[in-house]
Design a protein around this ligand. Structure first.
Ligand SMILES: Cc1cc2nc3c(=O)[nH]c(=O)nc-3n(C[C@H](O)[C@H](O)[C@H](O)COP(=O)(O)O)c2cc1C
Length: 168
């Protein structure tokens, strides 16, 4: 059981620059038996291949990457400001090292088998359509020096079709 109700994307009144870039989100993937989450502030919402999509970028060193690679779905969860500390925790610690979901005080729920969190104010369930490791073809001159430093742990891009949107 959860307290969400389904909505349509056209009914959502959100600004992705605030919602993702400023408020942040949790990307969560896995099964009821094993899943992980991490905070993200890069990504987008839009339309591609005639579908409503979300895109996210995840560095392969993240534990969450293992779950987005292995599973067909991931969720994007958005929260009100009172969960800022929880999102900070999920962006600074790894699920490899601790039970950060418990420490953050978040309650996992599964929607059509996809992990997300009861405390979220908005959940987007996404079906992976495309994934692509980024390579050296950066057109933005400073992306590598500004965002990656020495390592070549470039993000993997995931484009997911938004198959369900849930609010409270
Ligand atoms: C505000 C914020 C935004 C972040 N955005 C991203 C992102 O878009 N992509 C990414 O790979 N990591 C991002 N991170 C870093 C991961 O959330 C962080 O490395 C996390 O500890 C990974 O957890 P995991 O190892 O359990 O997957 C962000 C961290 C913070 C605090």
């Amino acid at each position: 059981m959860n307290s969400f109700k389904e909505t349509t994307l056209t009914e959502l009144n959100l600004n992705p620059f605030n919602k993702i870039g400023k408020e942040w989100m949790l990307i969560t993937a896995g099964s009821e038996e094993d899943f992980n989450t991490m905070t993200a502030s890069w990504g987008g919402l839009g339309v591609l291949w005639r579908k409503d999509v979300a895109y996210t970028v995840i560095r392969p060193c993240r534990y969450t990457y293992e779950f987005t690679e292995k599973n067909d779905y991931f969720s994007l969860c958005f929260f009100s400001e009172e969960y800022r500390n929880a999102l900070t925790l999920c962006g600074r610690t790894s699920g490899r090292d601790c039970d950060k979901i418990k420490e953050a005080g978040l309650t996992p729920v599964f929607i059509d088998g996809v992990p997300c969190f009861e405390e979220a104010s908005l959940v987007l369930i996404c079906k992976k359509l495309y994934s692509q490791p980024m390579d050296e073809k950066f057109v933005h001159d400073n992306a590598v020096s500004e965002c990656y430093g020495e390592g070549e742990d470039y993000h993997t891009l995931y484009v997911g079709e938004i198959v369900k949107a849930l609010t409270k």
